[in-house]
Design a protein around this ligand. Structure first.
Ligand code: FES
Length: 67
């Protein structure tokens, strides 16, 4: 799960859509990176780099945090 600068949460299923390894958070790039074959995903789950060709599955936690 990632919270952007506006306080919006983005939840994703951490199973890589290539072969199912668990993606790890990359705080420097604000991306989800797969340790197995190098796929990378934007914090919204969209594919940035293959070999994955499908986005991470969103999980239903996208909403604005009340301040
Ligand atoms: S399982 Fe993630 S890149 Fe292959």
């Amino acid at each position: 799960m990632y919270k952007n600068e506006e306080g919006k949460l983005f939840g994703v299923n951490p199973s890589c859509t290539h072969l199912g390894c668990e993606v790890k958070w990359n705080n420097a790039e604000k991306s989800w990176d797969c340790p197995c074959h190098g796929a990378r995903y934007h914090y919204t789950g969209k594919v940035l780099n293959g070999p994955a060709d499908r986005d991470l599955e969103p999980v239903g936690v996208e909403f604005l945090i009340e301040r």
